[in-house]
Structures are given as C-alpha cells and as structure tokens.
Design a protein around this ligand. Structure first.
Ligand code: SF4
Length: 716
C-alpha cells in the first residue's frame, strides 16, 4: 500500500489527506499530519472520502465513456473522444463565425483544480475571444471578492488560520462554521480551551450548532447585516473605540461613512435587526475593545442582493477599529468550495482576469494577451452565472459547456434554468458523475476524472497552495479536465485556421508554470514557487515572489493596501432590505444552507451510507409556534410555494428558527422527491423556490432568502 498526498475535495478549509491505495484502487484515507490546514484531522466528510471511490460504486455512478446524441429527443450513444471533440470543435467554429464569439458560453466550477481553470479561461478569453465564462463560485464567493476589492484593493483575504489561535474575539457572521468548515471549527474550540478569555459572537438568523456555543448570539432578521454593522460602528464612534490615527494614516472616505452611520442608532438597529439594544452594545464593545478581533464569514453575507455592501460594511468596521493587519485580527472570508480561490487567481470568471488583473484596464488586457500569444482579450465583462443562463434562454448564447457542476440543481429559479438548458442549441456536460440532474440535458457527455485521480494544485481559504496528486487511474475513459480543454482547443484552433497552438500543454505542471508567470509583479505573485518546492516544503501561502523564503501569513501589516494610492477605502453602505419582502400571501422567509455531512448536490456524499446517519431525509424546518398554528406535526407534508414554483416537503420542528422563518437544506434535488413517490411534480428541490435577485456589484443571487407560503398538503 502506498500513501499519496492530496487535499480533501469538499470545503475551502483545504485539509491535507493521505490517500491509501494499491495503485489500482483507493483503500483508505487519513488526514495529513503535516498539512497546516488540518494537522491530521478530518471531518465526517473528509474521513469517508475513500468510501466514495470504491470500484463497484464507480461503475454505478461515474460517467465512464464519451457519449453523444444525434439529435434532441434521441438517447445519447457511447462515442469516442476524437468524435466528440471534433464534433464540438466544428460546432463551435461554425457558431463563432456565424454569430460571433459571445454566442458561446462556459459554466465551470470551484471544484476544478487551478490548472483546469487556467486552460478553460484561456480557451474562452484567449482563443475564442469571449468573457462568457463564469463559475459556480458566483453563487458562493463573488460578494466577498467585490467587498475585498472595493475596500482593500485586491481579492485577498488578509488573515490566516493561525489568527483563530491568536484572536481575543471571534465574530462569526452568516456562517455555520461547525457544519460548513468543521476542521476550522475544531480550531475555534481548541482556541477557547487554550484561552478562557476568548469571546465568540455569532450572528445568524438561525440558532445553528455554531450559534449555540457562542458567548453572544445575535439572531438578526434575514438580510439585516448591514444595519447591524453600521449600528456597531455607530456605537464604536460613540464609545470612542475607533482608531482615529490609523484611519487618518491608512484609509480614506471615513467622513462620508461617519455621516451615514450617524442615523444607525441603537433603537433603530435593534428594531431593524430584531435584537436587543443591550446585545448590540455588548457586541460593539467586545469587537472594538479587544486586542484582536477576527471575523469569519461566509454565505450568510455573500448570498444576498446586498452581499457586497454586507462585506464592505464589515470591513469598514475592521478598518475603523484597526482590527486588521495584525495577529489575531482581520476580516476573513471563508471560501465555500475547495478551489474557489484558485479559480479567482487565474481569473476564471466573467469579470476577472488572470493574476487578479482588471478587465477594464487596457494595459492589463495587453499583458495577458502577450502572455497567451493572442492579439487581444475582450474588454467587456461576460455574462455572470444567472445572466449566462438567461442569455441561453433568450437564444443569445447558443452553445453551452458545463464543467464539473450541476446547475439543474444548484442555480436559483430552476424553472428558468431548465428552460435555458432545453433551449440551448448544444449542451456539453463534462462530469465525473453520470447521476447529476444536469446530465440528462447533455447532448454530449464528457467523462472527467475526479478526486484521487487528478494532479495539480488548489488554494484554500487562507491563500495556501497545496499540491494534489493522483493515487489511481481514472475509471473507463475519463480524462483530466485540463486535458479535455487542451485537446478541444487544439481542434478548435484548426477549425479557426490558427497557424499554431497556444495550448502546448502535456502536463499540469506546464500549465501551472504558465499561470505562475501570469502572477509576476501582481499582489498574488507566486513566481518563487514551483511544484518541486510545494512537494518538498509543503503547502505555501501567496504572495511568494521570486527570492522569498516563505509566503505571507497576513497582508497589509505595513499599512499599505492594494489600492492605487495604498489607502484602504471606506465604502458608504446604507442598509437595504432583502429583495423580496414577505407579505400576507407569502409570510415565511425561506433560508437555505448546508448540513454537516453532505456536500452540494450529493453526487459524491450521496453514495456514502454513513453520511445519512446525521440527517437521513430532506425536510422544511419551522418554528413550533408556526406549526401549531397550522395544525402541523413532524413528518406532515406541506406545499412550499411562491411565484417561482411549488415543492412538497416533510415538515420538521426546529428550535433554531424564530416564528416566520423556515429552512431547507440545499442538498436534495428531484431524485429524492421521485423516490418518495411524487414523481411528475417537476420537483427540483429548494432551488425551484429560491430567487435570482442579484447583488448589483457581485451579481451573486440571494439564495439565503425567498418569501414563501407553507400549506399542509392534502393527499388523495
Ligand atoms: Fe474536507 Fe472541509 Fe472536512 Fe477538511 S473540513 S475534511 S476540507 S470537508
């Protein structure tokens, strides 16, 4: 048996794993004791990774061979790589000639390795000449990206995991860390044991398992985070807890913000957020008085129609109180997916560019064009996730290539997404699993390799790059994602009459070396790193420029931010309510989120029986008071309805929620509902109901709130 170093393919903590194998099959997995993200620990999901990779299971759930159908309505038939890629390249070339480069689109994933992301980004923006490439990270992190860029000047979390050990106050907002980032939560528990003075504040509409353990829990009403942060800043000003010298020396824009937060009085904020004034004051005092306050935040801030403002308002609070750029302090956005950070580094989204460059900057575009050996890269931002599918639905985007993600379950407002998938002239799905809700829409299915079968790199939440190594060969004819993109690109180059290839890659290392060069001189410069160094010295944080002997744990400690003039910017953030307020016809706020033992649409965790011991079935959680009023008892079926759709769920009482609130886990889709005997209801899980109202800056949809009505289902 050998042990191969890799990382867990679930959340953004990025735990190191050792894959135990005989070279043919995965036999076991254990936490890598040398990996600085987890020091050998794994959560329930990571420690069962090997169970999802058993050969028998692989034959049942994996996409094993390329498949293609001759026309819509026909079943896909087994094909071969050359025929599929050739057919795709011809269709792309013809469509681009006839309708222009923006008539095609790519929807990729934070599950991809950095090398995969890099090649797809270059294919879209460099070869084809469209910025219509977006990622499921849009549903996850784009508000955090916009928040960091607007305030600190770069998409770079300034803190690190060690800050959890050093903080005096940990302010957890919109994150059920105990479930979504379990190994980081273990670290918080350790920090509390080691430092009895440590205070943990949790802000969440739900009394989650994370909130139950808090020293102070603020159960704010959905979407009122900005009012809370502005109110805390108001009180920090009142209590003289702002650092005026730091503000004067290193920031700009405070006067306008000060004017705005003047009206966020404790009475107004307490009423808006549905909390006690005394708790608000305590939170502001703990935050501002502590020697080091660390904020940890995730989808509760990001998945919102005011997600960017929420991020910026929290960063405002850190800047004003100088709770940033020092050990144990800072606004630390936790990434949801294992390589959302790597995707951002290569610019694999519709509004980003390689090496954190700016799409609107002609010099930056010219730099990337020169690096790629193309005449130009397009200036106009492409369509972001929701916009991309809408453009498909409207017939503007005709060919859609979906890579390693499951939009027919995970995107909001499913009726529109499925209409788009039906309307597209060609849908290509590149997937490891044949069982996802998106696969039936594929005209061409390309089998991809996955965890334990792939080599490359990933970057976790604290900017730490880890090598990922393959332990076994992929089953059937599955190939690495970067290989598929490279093979296609070379064919497309021929059909577009390009004289030579700009995709010379024969290994992931060759791809990564080109990516590394794209970061030279940028805030995330990794030119001092190599595959060899990462293997010999272990995972490293960026930046790590040429000549460095280590990466940077914390950013901006010299007081110079990544903005043009080096000053951090306060963003004026007036509070705006959720896009879809509840009304008498739709009186419940519907929240969505993760369970402890499942991951996304369950394509992997759904095949591991023991991961259902925590929660076996989906349900809608409601407060006891609401259930009593509607004569509902646990297990009763209810219709959950709004203008976008209607779904049937079993109801279950929860003491996590206030009256008027409800919660459905994001993981279950139509397979479950069909299994319960409700086939034919066009059920698509909770995203039949969620809203695609977008944050104006980040274009992230408001997945954390929709107004719904809940009525007992009358069964025949
Ligand atoms: Fe995997 Fe995240 Fe669990 Fe670590 S905490 S083992 S990365 S799911």
């Amino acid at each position: 048996m050998t042990e191969t170093k890799a990382t867990c393919c679930y959340c953004g903590v990025g735990c190191g794993v050792l894959i135990q194998s005989d070279g043919q099959q995965v036999l076991g997995v254990r936490g890598d004791p040398d990996h600085p993200a987890n020091f050998g620990r794994l959560c329930s999901k990571g420690s069962t990774l090997h169970l999802s990779a058993q050969p028998l299971l692989q034959q049942q759930v994996r996409a094993l061979y390329p498949e293609m159908r001759s026309s819509r309505g026909q079943a896909r038939q087994r094909s071969d790589w050359d025929s599929c890629l050739d057919s795709m390249a011809r269709r792309f070339a013809d469509t681009i000639r006839e309708h222009g480069p923006d008539s095609v689109g790519f929807y990729v994933s934070g599950q991809l390795l950095t090398e995969d992301y890099y090649v797809f980004n270059k294919l879209a923006k460099g070869l084809i000449g469209t910025n219509n490439i977006d990622s499921n990270s849009r549903l996850c992190m784009s508000s955090a990206v916009a928040g960091y860029k607007q305030t600190l000047g770069a998409d770079a979390p300034p803190a690190c995991y060690e800050d959890i050990d050093l903080a005096q106050v940990i302010f957890i907002v919109g994150s059920n860390t105990a479930y979504a980032h379990p190994i980081l939560y273990r670290r918080i528990e350790d920090a509390r044991k080691n430092n009895p003075e440590l205070k943990v504040i949790v802000v969440d509409p739900r009394r989650t398992d994370t909130a139950r353990e808090a020293d102070l829990f603020l159960a704010i009403l959905p979407g009122t985070d900005v009012a809370l942060f502005n109110g805390m800043l108001h009180l920090c000003l009142w209590e003289d807890l702002v650092d005026t010298a730091y503000i004067a020396a290193h920031t700009e824009g405070f006067a306008e913000l000060k004017q705005t937060v003047r009206s966020y009085t404790p009475a107004f904020v307490a009423q808006t957020c549905g909390i006690q004034e005394a708790d608000l004051l305590l939170a502001a005092r703990w935050f501002g008085q502590s020697k080091a306050t660390l904020s940890l935040y995730c989808q509760g801030l990001n998945q919102s129609s005011s997600g960017t403002a929420k991020n910026a308002a929290l960063i405002n609070l850190h800047l004003a109180t100088h709770q940033i750029a020092k050990p144990g302090a800072g606004p630390f956005s936790l990434t949801g997916q294992p390589n959302a950070m790597g995707g951002r580094e290569v610019g694999g989204m519709a509004n980003l560019m390689s090496g954190h460059r700016d799409l609107a900057n002609p010099e930056h575009r010219a730099e990337v064009a020169a690096l790629w050996g193309v005449d130009a890269v397009p200036a106009l931002p492409g369509k972001t996730a929701v916009e991309l599918f809408e453009a498909v639905r409207q017939g503007q985007i005709k060919l859609l290539w979906i890579v390693c993600t499951n939009p027919a379950q995970s995107m909001p407002e499913q009726n529109l997404i499925r209409e788009a998938l039906n309307k597209a002239e060609l849908v290509i799905v590149q997937e490891a699993y044949s069982s996802t809700a998106t696969v039936p829409y594929a005209d061409i299915l390309l089998p991809a390799s996955t965890w334990a079968e792939k080599s490359g790199t990933v970057t976790n939440s604290e900017r730490r790059i880890s090598r990922v190594n393959a332990a076994i060969a992929a089953p059937g004819e599955a190939r690495a994602d970067w290989q598929i993109a490279t093979a296609f690109a070379r064919k497309l180059e021929k059909y577009l009459d390009k004289p030579s290839t700009i995709f010379p890659y024969e290994s992931p290392e060759q791809v990564w070396n080109e990516h590394r060069e794209s970061t030279r001189g940028r805030d995330l410069d990794i030119t001092g790193l190599s595959y060899q160094l990462l293997e010999q010295q272990g995972p490293q944080q960026w930046p790590y420029p040429t000549g460095a002997s280590s990466g940077k744990q914390r950013l901006y400690q010299d007081g110079v931010f990544a903005t043009a003039n080096g000053r951090a910017k306060f963003v004026n953030t007036p509070y705006l309510p959720v896009a879809e307020t509840v009304d008498p016809r739709h009186p419940f706020s519907l929240n969505t989120g993760r369970l402890r033992d499942q991951w996304h649409g369950m394509s992997r965790t759904g095949s591991v029986a023991q991961l259902f011991s925590h929660v076996a079935e989906p349900s809608i959680n409601m407060a006891a008071q609401d259930m009593q009023r509607r004569f509902l008892k646990n297990g009763d079926l209810v219709h959950v309805t709004n203008k976008r759709g209607s779904q049937i769920f079993a109801v279950s009482e929860s003491d996590e929620l206030r009256p008027g609130q409800s919660f459905i886990a994001m993981h279950w889709g139509e397979e479950y509902v069909s299994g319960r005997g409700h086939a034919g209801t066009a059920s698509t899980g909770v995203n039949a109901l969620t809203s695609s109202a977008l944050d104006p800056s980040s274009k992230q949809p408001e997945l954390k709130h929709a107004a719904v009505k809940i009525l007992k289902a009358e069964l025949p």
